[in-house]
Design a protein around this ligand. Structure first.
Ligand code: ADP
Ligand code: MG
Length: 643
């Protein structure tokens, strides 16, 4: 590490400036949260020191009672928050206090609307942290020394929150961090015992460290004052207390602290698991998705403690990725305190904590779905797209997860999914033995796909998949309660039992009479299609494309291609509708070039109607225009159905 004593002035990262600006304006009505944020940081710093000290006692420097001290000075107009936690090195100060390292920072700034009310909620969700000091302070001084570094390696950081900060190396006797807020003139209200204690009890009561304030008593007789220390908070781990002693407000404040959220959670679970592997979990499902929900590598929702000592907040081993939106604490009674990350990888107890916790969460969701459908709808809206990954991630609980899924279908043409697989199976038609679904790039592409025509006509329900993740999910969702899933764009629909004899005969006749043109179309489209055949699916459209039974859905193929993957190029099957006027007109088309053009137009429009992209759109348009010109004087001909 380089020793750099000189004082330097550095610029904040652009995002920090934006954040500061926005925060000072939008959080002004909620300015007391600065104290919650600074106490939360001090508490995190203590957790980190405890964890590092597990393998090296000396890091405590003889000071094992970790605490947070809050002081104020009426004359100087300052508030000071001090801890004897881990502290920071110069590099760490620059890295943590000058930049925002959170994932999703870019997305966050893009999502800001300029509307103060909306942005205030967003910023709360993003987590304002240390910078909230500048809501009430026009200058902030932080001095710190990391444990393990000698006292000449202290750091002083100072900023007025306007674009830049000063940093210098100082001598600092005690390890840990001290943050001094120089209040703006109008913020006098915070220079009061009463006010500060009120804020601490409101937001930080659950912090497990003692939060200490000086208590000044004046002796009436001789007018002498003595200063004692007073612990302001309860200072016990909330999750270790008994459920019946905890108020809803306490749960909510605890949630806001660990989740950096402004809003109350959607639901709270608090369980003590007893037996050979004892642990407590206090878990929350937020009411709103965070910005980095998409990041499957972000596992910072659940903190692991061992007998109240923080071990880590990388919960990859504690919960599968599809539950990454869950926040909270798991505290084990039985794991060894000096557990290393390597041991965590293959630890039987951790595995059993993990599977027990997943089961608890699934049953909480089941209960919510059953008894609080509105809440469940919020859950699904916020987290459904991530929860669905469970079908792929968690094969042990696949059936339970499948029951918790919500779908849009052709019976409920609404892009908000509310239908369950049990609903679907419960109303399957007589003779129907498959669960039909379609995947497409958007809700309207799914809903309007020509592939649905025959199923709509027969009043058979089809599940509409239109989220990107659905492509992936549908390849793993192959069966539910003994019913197989069937893509309507793939292979044989298996409508056999649903067709009556007249229909079967009709198709057979059509197949015979269309044989010659099927062969001609096949010849024209040799390079593009595997086969041409009479359809069982269409009633209104002239043609559609089908993947063969073992092939890949066209939309999955597109998804993989767009993700830059090499896709084995299976050619699709073109199905034509014997009852469509264009197909009938084709029977009489003797001019070979025109027949070829028609064949290509049929293929291309089938591709377009399922949301595909043409390889050569210009040629398609040229062919189409030529058709219009040739047919121009035949305005009564069936060609006009092409629109
Ligand atoms: P967050 O706490 O969400 O990471 P903050 O803005 O509150 O965001 O803090 C940024 C970082 O600064 C912390 O992650 C931590 O590394 C460092 N930090 C802040 N306060 C302290 C402190 N009192 N002791 C040690 N490190 C601190
Ligand atoms: Mg913080």
């Amino acid at each position: 590490m380089s020793i750099d004593n000189h004082k330097e002035t550095l610029g904040f990262q652009t995002e920090v400036n934006q954040l500061l600006d926005l925060m000072i304006h939008s959080l002004y009505s909620n300015k007391e949260i600065f104290l919650r944020e600074l106490i939360s940081n001090a508490s995190d710093a203590a957790d980190k020191l405890r964890f590092e000290a597990l393998s090296d006692d000396a890091l405590y420097e003889g000071d094992t009672e970790l605490k947070i001290w809050i002081n104020f000075d009426k004359d100087e107009k300052t508030i000071t928050i001090r801890d004897n936690g881990i502290g920071m090195s110069r590099e760490e100060v620059i890295e943590h206090i000058g930049t925002i390292a959170k994932s999703g920072t870019q997305e966050f700034f893009k999502s800001l609307t300029g509307d103060k009310v909306k942005d205030t909620q967003l910023i709360g969700q993003f987590g304002v942290g240390f910078y909230s000091s500048f809501i009430i302070a026009d200058k902030v001084t932080l001095s710190t020394r990391r444990v393990g570094l000698d006292k000449t390696h202290g750091v002083k950081w100072e900023s007025a929150g306007k674009g830049e900060y000063n940093i210098e190396t100082i001598e600092k006797e005690s390890h840990g961090t001290e943050v001094t807020l120089h209040l703006r003139a109008e913020e006098d209200e915070f220079l009061s015992d009463y006010r500060l204690q009120e804020i601490i009890r409101k937001y930080s009561d659950h912090i497990t460290l003692p939060i200490i304030m000086p208590k000044v008593t004046t002796n009436e007789e001789n007018d002498e004052t003595t200063i004692d220390e007073e612990i302001v908070n309860t200072a016990t781990a909330l999750w270790a207390r008994s459920k019946s002693d905890i108020t809803a407000e306490e749960y909510t404040e605890f949630y806001k602290h660990i989740a950096h959220d402004f809003e109350a959670p959607l639901t709270t679970l608090h369980n003590k698991v007893e037996g050979t592997n004892e642990y407590t979990n206090l878990l929350f499902i937020p009411a709103r998705a965070p910005f980095d929900l998409w990041d499957r590598n972000n596992h910072r929702g659940v903190k692991l403690y061992v007998r109240r000592i923080f071990i880590m907040d990388d919960n990859e081993k504690l919960l599968p990725p599809y539950l990454r939106f869950v926040k909270g604490v798991i505290d084990s009674n039985d794991l060894p305190l000096n557990i290393s990350r390597e041991i965590l990888q293959h630890n039987k107890q951790i595995e059993s904590i993990r599977s027990g916790t997943v089961k608890k969460l699934l049953s909480a969701l089941e209960t919510m779905a059953k008894n609080e459908s509105e809440k469940y709808a919020t859950f699904w809206k916020e987290f459904g797209k991530v929860f669905k990954e469970g079908i792929v991630d968690d094969s042990n609980n696949k059936e339970r997860i499948a029951k918790l899924l919500r779908f849009s279908t052709t019976y409920d043409d609404n892009s908000t999914p509310v239908i369950t697989l049990e609903d679907y199976v419960g109303r399957m038609k007589e003779g129907q033995d498959k669960i039909y679904y379609i995947t497409a790039e958007s809700f309207s592409a799914a809903k309007n796909s020509p592939h649905l025509e025959i199923l709509r006509k027969k009043d058979i329900e089809v599940i509409l998949f239109f989220d990107q993740i659905d492509e992936w999910v549908s390849t793993h969702l192959t069966e539910f309660e003994g019913k197989k899933f069937q893509s309507v764009t793939k292979g044989d629909l298996g409508l056999g039992n649903l067709e009556d004899d007249a229909e079967k005969k009709e198709t057979e006749e059509a197949e015979n009479s269309l044989k010659p043109i099927i062969e001609r179309i096949q010849a024209a489209l040799e390079a593009k299609v595997k086969e041409v055949r009479v359809t069982h699916r269409l009633t209104a459209s002239p043609a559609c494309l089908i993947a063969d039974e073992h092939g890949m859905d066209a939309s999955l193929e597109r998804l993989l291609k767009s993700a830059g993957q090499l896709v084995p190029g299976g050619k699709p099957i073109l199905e034509i509708n014997p009852n469509h006027p264009i197909i009938n007109a084709l029977k009489n088309e003797t001019e070979e070039t025109r027949f070829t053009d028609w064949s290509h137009i049929l293929f291309d429009q089938a591709l377009l109607s399922e949301g595909g992209q043409l390889e050569d759109p210009a040629t398609f348009v040229k062919r189409l225009n030529e058709m219009f010109i040739t047919m121009g004087n035949l305005s009564s001909s069936p060609i006009i159905t092409l629109t």
